[in-house]
Design a protein around this ligand. Sequence first.
Ligand SMILES: C[S@@+](CC[C@H](N)C(=O)[O-])C[C@H]1O[C@@H](n2cnc3c(N)ncnc32)[C@H](O)[C@@H]1O
Length: 198
Amino acid sequence: MKLLDARRDHYRKLAKEQGYRSRASYKLLELNNSYRIIGPGFKVVDLGCAPGGWMQAAAKLAGNKGRVVGIDTAYMDEVDNAKFIKGSVEDESVVDEILEYLDGKANAVICDISPQITGHWSMDHARQISLNYSCTKIMDRVLAVKGNALFKVFDGEYSMEFRDYLKKKFAKVQLRKPNASRKPSSELYFVCLGYGLE
Ligand SMILES: C[S@@+](CC[C@H](N)C(=O)[O-])C[C@H]1O[C@@H](n2cnc3c(N)ncnc32)[C@H](O)[C@@H]1O
């Protein structure tokens, strides 16, 4: 078995054992260990949340004093201690529902959004980045000053432009690739800390 397959298998097995819906949960948990994107009591918005692996991890990290709300165009089963809203990040009318559920602004916005993959990398990359820009429009309306964010990026020609865009909004933006992420997948994560701070 190749090392990458073994690693993928490891996280899939772990997710099954620990009751997470997807392997992806470990990417968030790993990044959170290094950066504390989500802390206890945080209000969290998860954009592109189905099937709910990140929401489960976020609900655990935020604890019972926190609140987690996720948005996706696909249906998913509810996650304990979190709310699911079926909607698109390209429709800003979800903002009111988010703020109402959170009862105020969010402390963290996490985005693991992916378009339908066509297999044409430059097209998939451009569409994914465009979805990320839509996520930032929602983020700008729901994230509190000093809040944090996490964005998955399909790496390609527009990645650094997107990073520079984020850099104008946050005190610190770091590029990371967690161990739980498949090496050849060319997905990167931008960890963004300190929204609205110079
Ligand atoms: C990789 S999955 C997210 C996995 C999730 N983080 C987890 O841990 O279970 C990406 C999601 O983005 C969603 N998505 C794609 N376009 C969207 C849009 N316009 N609005 C909301 N969600 C969208 C897809 O439906 C898909 O469920």
